[in-house]
Ligand binder design. Sequence first.
Ligand code: SF4
Length: 347
Amino acid sequence: MQIEKKDIRALSKEQLREFFTANGDKAFRGNQVYEWLWSKVAHSFEDMTNVSKETRTMLQANFVINHIKVDTMQRSEDGTVKNAVRLHDGLVVESVLIPTNTRTTACVSSQVGCSLDCNFCATARLKRMRNLEPAEIYDQVVAIDKESRLYYNHPLSNIVFMGMGEPLMNYNNVLKAIEMIISPEGLGMSPKRIMVSTSGVPKMIKKLADDDVKFKLAVSLHSAIDEIRSRIMPFSTNFPLADLRESLEYWYKKTKSKISYEYVVWKDINDNKESIDALVKFCKYVPCKVNLIEYNPIDDGEFQQASDESINEYIKALEASGIVVKVRRSRGKDIDAACGQLANKEA
Ligand code: SF4
């Protein structure tokens, strides 16, 4: 029976050093290989040119490097790029490069499918197949950074965890991936340029605060009224807004980092005064800003973008209460790369 080889990037630097000493080599060899794996993003052991042939053969005999492969790359009329990323086991996730005049942002996936069941979201229909490994998240960022340099002549400036999956349901791997993205031994990006977006799992938000993370936090709120929110995001019945509020207060107390609320206004769902008043009230609990996101219907179902007038009502009310609000126009609609649309249609 053939034993499946382990992905070498599952090993920490310390474990790699131990592997070498256990095999009669110097611990320092582990540092060299670690550098090849992460900052130099080697795709094969053969690439490791300052490592002896003998060592490379030994690594080959014991490990694999499970790199992702960008299967298809689509470019939108507005410059947005969507990658369909094939994983080593054949599954596919999507990641997106969103350019603006001043920056390029990577929107990356954290799960294949999603553990949650937001009714407006195409990914929810895929169900969760598995969590992504830290290296698979890291590789998505590397691929988008390359595209940013190629098409926009500068390195990637920001990362948002708003692709497929609920990042806090793959907590350890997401944090490990971010650790490598910000590490000088990885991509060396500032944590302030990374935003993790959650649909609001109170226990995990508190854990983030306890773990003293330095990246930013966004919450997909969509309604500050429990009954309406449960209709939009059925799982939230188990996580009432009172618990979410408490976890966000805890987050702010520990991190002093403002929350971004992601909010879509849907016709006949939350385009009413009661919803606006509830949001304004909720925004007063913790320093925050609100992103009103343009919605892209995924079918002819119950979720349709509200009118411009309704969105303006939200803006007026929030601004009158001194709350910063931005309208985020949809990007990459023509290639199904916009918010809520990632569903592996091309796979
Ligand atoms: S919106 Fe996010 S959390 Fe909700 S189902 Fe879609 S991918 Fe999952």
